[in-house]
Ligand binder design. Sequence first.
Ligand SMILES: NC(=O)c1ccc[n+]([C@@H]2O[C@H](COP(=O)([O-])OP(=O)(O)OC[C@H]3O[C@@H](n4cnc5c(N)ncnc54)[C@H](O)[C@@H]3O)[C@@H](O)[C@H]2O)c1
Length: 342
Amino acid sequence: MEVPASSPVDPPAVSPAARTSEAAPRSFRHALVTGGAGFVGSHLCTALLAEGCEVTCVDDFCTGRRQNVAHLASHPGFTLIEADICRPFDIAPGARPPDLVLNFASPASPADYLRSPLHTLHTGSSGTWQALQLAHRYGARLVHASTSEAYGDPQEHPQSERYWGHVNPVGPRSVYDEAKRYSEALATARARVDGTDVGIVRLFNTYGPRMRGYDGRAVPTFIRQALAGEPLTVTGDGRQTRSLAYVDDTVRGILAMARSELLGPVNIGNPTEITMQQLAELIIELTGSRSGLRFIERPGDDPAVRCPDITLARGKLQWEPQTGPEEGLARTIEWFRRHATG
Ligand SMILES: NC(=O)c1ccc[n+]([C@@H]2O[C@H](COP(=O)([O-])OP(=O)(O)OC[C@H]3O[C@@H](n4cnc5c(N)ncnc54)[C@H](O)[C@@H]3O)[C@@H](O)[C@H]2O)c1
C-alpha cells in the first residue's frame, strides 16, 4: 500500500513536545506504569527501580498477579495502586509528579482478551484516554504499548511501520487489534492537538519469566506441556511463523523509546522467524522432555506470518535484540521449573 509523504513514520515523527537537540539524554525520576503487575509491566517496574527511578504501578489485576511485583513490595521507591485505568486515576497523595507514564495495561493474550472482549476495548479506548490525560496534566512523556496485531494477518512481510495492516474489524481478534489501532490514533491525535509527549511502540511477541502457563500463548503453553510430559499442542500444520523477543530485550527497547523524542510508531521485536513446529521441537529439546506434538485446529484470523522490520529501531534508538532463542528459552524454562505454572 502506498504511504503518503506525510506518513508519521516517513521520516519518523518527533513528538511535538520534543526538546532541543542540545538537551542532555533523558532520565526519569518517577515512572507510572499502568499494567505494571502484568508480564511485561513487572519487568519494566523492576528495570526502572534498578536505575534509581521511583515507580508507581497501577493495575486492576484482571490478568496480572500480585506475585509478579511481590519482589518489589519492600522497595522504598515502589508504590502499588489497585485501580482500573478506564476511570480517572492518579499518583498517591504527596508523591513526586511522574515524568514518565508507560501505558501497558491491557489484556494481551488471545485467551484473555477473548474472555474479556469489552474490558479489552474499554481499556484500549477509555483507559488510554485516562493515561493520556494524566501524562498531559503532569507534562510527562507517555510511551504507549501497541502491538504487531495492529498489522493483523499481514500481506507484507516483514512488517515495517509503513505498512497499514490487514485487520478484520469484526473478526474474533478485533477486540484487541482494533482497540490497539484506536489507541494509536488517540495517542497520535493527542500529541498533535495539545503537544502531549507521546511515543508509540509496536511490540512483537515477547516471552520470558512471569508468563502464565495457561495464558494461551505458545511459549508458556509449550513449556508447561513439555515439563508435564504432555503432548505439545501445535495449531494448524505448525508452519505459521512468529518472531519471539526475550523480555529483557523488549524492556531495553521500550526504555530506549522512552528516552527518545520519537512519536513513532516504532517496531520492537526480534526479526528471527521461527515456525510453531520448530518452536515446539526446540522447547522439547531444551527441557529434555519426552513429549510429542499434537496438531489441533488453528484459531480464526490467526496470522500466518509475523516478523518485524526493525530498521527504524536500529537506526533511531540504536536498539536491537541481543538474546537468541536458545538462551531466552532456557532462562524461561528455568523459571517455569521453579515456579507454579498456573
Ligand atoms: N507480551 C507480548 O508479547 C506483547 C506483545 C505486544 C503488545 N503487548 C502489550 O504489552 C502490554 C502488556 O502485555 P503483557 O503481555 O504483559 O500482558 P499481561 O496480561 O501480563 O499484562 C497486562 C496487565 O494490565 C493489567 N490491566 C488490564 N486492563 C487494565 C485496566 N483497565 N486497568 C488497570 N490494569 C489493567 C492486567 O491486570 C495486567 O497486569 C499490553 O498492552 C499488550 O497489549 C505485549
